[in-house]
Design a protein around this ligand. Structure first.
Ligand code: MG
Length: 316
C-alpha cells in the first residue's frame, strides 16, 4: 500500500536544518541558502533502458543511480546539492519490497552527499518500474559552470576514465560533486558538462554551445578497463578507444580551462596541494580551437574529423 511505504519512509528520514517544515506535509519547505543561485534539474530512469528488466535489476542499485545521475548534473554546474524529491511508479507485484530497497539505495548516497530527500510521490501500476528524481542545488552567484563558456586556447580535462560502463559501472555512478567543488573554489572554469551520452557527443555539445571546436588527443583519452574487457568479449562492438568515445553513461566531468590554469590545476593535484581531492584521476585530453566540430589527433600527429558518437534516445 502507498501509505505503508510513505509511513516507512517518513520514519526512516532524518531531519535537516534546511527544512523549515518537517517531512510528511503536502510539500517541502526549504530555507534557501543566502546569496546563492538555485540549480534545479531532473532525470528519469526506466526499466529496460537505464537498468535491466525485472527480475534482473537490484532496486537498491537503481535508487543509487537515480540520485547519482542528478548529482552529476548538479556537479556539472559546480553546484552544491541541497534537496531532492522522488517519484516512483512501482509494479503492483512486490512493490513494497522494491520501493523500500529503492529508497534505501537513494538514502545511502543522499546521506553521503549530505542532501536530504524532502518529498515525492508513489504510484503502483501493471507496468515496469520507473523512477524520477528532481534535485535542487545551489551555487554562488556568478560562479556557475556553463557549457557555453569555452574559449579558444582552453585545455579540456576529463575526470576518471571512460568507456564500457554498461558492464555494470553505469549503475554504480560516482558523481563528481566533491571534485567540482574543489576545482570551482580554486580555479576559473570556462566550460563544463557531464558525460551522460558519450565523451565525443557531450564534448561536441559543449563546443557547439560555446561556438568553438576541439582537438582531441586520442592517445590521452583515459580508457576504462571495462572498455578493454568489453572489446575483448565483443570485438564487433568497437575498439576500447571507440567505446571510450561513444559508450556514455560514464558520468565523468569534462571541463575547459585556460591553458595555464589547467596546468596549475594538474600540478596542484599531482603534488597533493588540492586539499580533500578524492584521488580521482584528472587528464588533459585536448584543446579548444576556432571553428566547429571535433578533430581527432592520433599519436603520430595525423588528424581526422571525429564524428560525435554517443547515445541518443530515439523517438518520432
Ligand atoms: Mg548533464
Amino acid at each position: 500500500m502507498e501509505q505503508q511505504l510513505i509511513d516507512w519512509l517518513v520514519a526512516r528520514l532524518g531531519g535537516d536544518p534546511r527544512l523549515d517544515v518537517p517531512n510528511g506535509d503536502d510539500a517541502a519547505v526549504l530555507r534557501p541558502p543566502a546569496g546563492r543561485r538555485t540549480v534545479f534539474c531532473t532525470d528519469m530512469l526506466c526499466e529496460g533502458v537505464h537498468f535491466p528488466r525485472a527480475p534482473d535489476y537490484d532496486p537498491r542499485a537503481v535508487g543509487h543511480k537515480a540520485i547519482a545521475v542528478n548529482l552529476s548534473d548538479v556537479a556539472a554546474m559546480a553546484g552544491c546539492p541541497e534537496a531532492a524529491v522522488v517519484s516512483v511508479s512501482l509494479p503492483r507485484e512486490g512493490g513494497q519490497r522494491i520501493g523500500e530497497a529503492l529508497l534505501e539505495g537513494m538514502l545511502a548516497i543522499a546521506e553521503r552527499f549530505e542532501m536530504p530527500l524532502v518529498g515525492g510521490d508513489t504510484t503502483s501500476w501493471d507496468g515496469p518500474l520507473a523512477v524520477n528524481v528532481a534535485m535542487l542545488g545551489s551555487v554562488a552567484a556568478g560562479r556557475v559552470w556553463r557549457r557555453d563558456g569555452c574559449r579558444v586556447g582552453d585545455v579540456v580535462l576529463v575526470t576518471g576514465a571512460v568507456g564500457g560502463s554498461l558492464a555494470g559501472r553505469h549503475l554504480a555512478v560516482e558523481p563528481r560533486v566533491d571534485e567540482a567543488r574543489l576545482i570551482a573554489e580554486a580555479f576559473t572554469v570556462h566550460g563544463a558538462i557531464d558525460i551522460s551520452d558519450g565523451l565525443a557527443l557531450d564534448l561536441s555539445r559543449m563546443m557547439q554551445a560555446s561556438g568553438c571546436g576541439a582537438e582531441l588527443d586520442l592517445a590521452a583519452v583515459p580508457i576504462h578497463a571495462d572498455a578493454v574487457a568489453a572489446s575483448k568479449r565483443d570485438p564487433a562492438g568497437g575498439t576500447p578507444l571507440m567505446r571510450a568515445l561513444g559508450d556514455g553513461e560514464d558520468f565523468e566531468l569534462l571541463i575547459s580551462l585556460a591553458a595555464d590554469d589547467a596546468e596549475r590545476l594538474l600540478e596542484a593535484i599531482a603534488a597533493g596541494r588540492l586539499a580533500g581531492w578524492p584521488g580521482t584521476p584528472l587528464t588533459a585530453i585536448g584543446r579548444v580551437v576556432a571553428g566547429h566540430g571535433l578533430v581527432a589527433v592520433a599519436e603520430d600527429g595525423r588528424r581526422s574529423s571525429l564524428p560525435p558518437t554517443g547515445y541518443q534516445h530515439a523517438f518520432t
